[in-house]
Design a protein around this ligand. Structure first.
Ligand code: GLU
Length: 447
């Protein structure tokens, strides 16, 4: 088999979110696992809604994720190619002018439905004579253009869904060109896939019906259709449609929240597959494990909790250098290695250091219950001399146990509450030296 060439084709009309990143990732893993190419195609034929900012953001996000693209191009730079393809289709009698307004089409659909027929376009424009058309145009109407489907069954073996068939007599001839002359996505995509020698079209299953028409357009334009893979869509943890939550799941938001690329990639690569969801170290590992055959047919449930648990696994191992800058922003006092190594086990994202930094370096409100007052006073007198170290906590609480007879929770909890102002938190033996002797003494006196 020749090395695959795939494309990821987002429209720059919004930010990348976990749903479209999953499509990008599956393309990337499949191609790169076999030494192939991953192309970023910017689907910006909708010049009104597409923006340069979104395009830049998409490129930055892919780069941040490590989904490096071998090539990129914009559809908006290729209108001449689409015009030429449209002319060829016209020449073959496969692209025909229609003049119905949206209201007229709507009425036709309603009538068809009320008669128990599928709301498929009736092709009445095919019987318009040149004279009819001239008259309509003289009335100020402009043509939109439909591709004439064969009426046959289009079949392909989908790499995810298995054997597929679309009966093209049961779908409307797709509009390829709107009456203002602008292109819908269908034709440019095929023209680009032919020119870029795309071997596999990998996209969400919302495009399955498009594929029926597009395969016919590929054939009409003299190309063989690429292989196709349509992946089930992502749904939220409850199985519901996902779109409402997407804002909080855009790549830039996740990055700001401290979610690491490999957490996102590990989850999205495994979601809805027969593999376990576990953190992987790098994209190469994910690529070596990728197989279309592992992708199930059921919608893939995206649960943010999974993302956080994977992120936590990665954060627990992050060296100080990897978080130094983040720590400086979160709490400059906390930008030191002993602090990071002490607290990272308790963090799902780097931002979780904040309460710990506040305990170690900020002003806290010690909690000393009345029944613990004497015990805490004793604890203060037994504080180890000199600088506190990793051993200090054990030594101190050992002394205190002997001196007071307290043990377990009644020994440790009052100390934690006095020193941190909280009932829960990181390992006190690690936190204790970070707080330091002076602050510890102050807190034990409630100063
Ligand atoms: N711009 C299209 C989309 O985002 C691309 C679909 C395709 O991959 O062909 O849905």
């Amino acid at each position: 088999m020749t090395a695959p060439v795939v494309r990821f084709a987002p429209s720059p009309t919004g930010k990348l979110h976990v749903g479209n990143v999953r499509t990008a990732l599956i393309n990337w893993l499949f191609a790169k696992g076999q030494g192939g190419k991953f192309i970023l195609r910017v689907d910006d034929t909708d010049t009104e809604r597409s923006t340069q900012d979104y395009e830049d953001q998409i490129k930055a996000d892919l780069t941040w994720l490590g989904l490096v693209f071998d090539d990129t191009f914009n559809q908006s730079a290729r209108f001449e190619k689409y015009d030429a393809a449209a002319d060829r289709l016209r020449g073959m009698g496969l692209l025909y002018a229609c003049y119905e307004t949206a209201d007229e089409l709507d009425r036709k659909r309603k009538i068809a439905l009320s008669r128990g027929r599928p709301p498929v376009y009736d092709r009445s424009a095919l019987s318009l004579t040149d004279e009819d058309k001239a008259k309509l145009e003289a009335e100020g109407r402009k043509a939109h253009w439909r591709f004439k489907l064969s009426g046959n069954r289009v079949e392909w073996t989908d790499l995810v869904r298995g054997p597929q068939g679309i009966d093209t007599s049961s779908v409307s001839d797709p509009v390829l060109i709107r009456e203002d002359g602008s292109y819908l996505y269908t034709l440019p995509s095929v023209v680009d896939d032919i020119d870029a020698k795309i071997t596999h079209v990998v996209r969400g299953e919302d495009h399955v019906t498009n594929s029926g028409a597009q395969i016919e357009i590929f054939k009409a334009l003299g190309g063989e259709a690429p292989d196709m893979a349509h992946t089930p869509l992502l749904v939220d943890a409850e199985g519901g449609a996902f779109s409402k939550r997407l804002g909080s799941l855009s790549m830039d938001t996740l990055e700001q929240r401290g979610i690491l690329p490999m957490a996102i990639l590990s989850l999205l690569a495994k979601l809805g597959t027969s593999d376990n969801i576990e953190v992987r170290e790098d994209l190469a590992t994910l690529a070596s494990e990728f197989d279309f055959g592992k992708i199930g047919r059921a919608p893939a449930k995206f649960d943010e909790k999974d993302l956080l648990s994977l992120n936590a696994v990665l954060v627990h191992d992050l060296p100080f250098d990897a978080v130094r800058e983040d720590l400086e922003k979160i709490s400059p006092d906390a930008a030191n290695e002993p602090f990071w190594l002490a607290v990272r086990e308790n963090c799902e994202t780097v931002h979780d250091v904040k309460p710990f930094a506040d305990i170690a370096y900020g002003r806290i409100e010690p909690i000393i219950d009345d029944e613990d007052a004497d015990f805490i006073a004793e604890a203060k007198t037994l504080l180890p001399n000199g600088e506190l170290t990793g051993e200090s906590w054990k030594a101190w609480t050992g002394d205190l146990k002997q001196a007071t007879g307290r043990k377990g929770k009644s020994l440790f909890m009052p100390l934690r509450k006095a020193l941190t102002g909280q009932e829960h938190g990181p390992d006190m033996s690690v936190l204790f030296p970070l707080i330091g002797r002076e602050a510890a003494a102050r807190r034990l006196s409630r100063d």
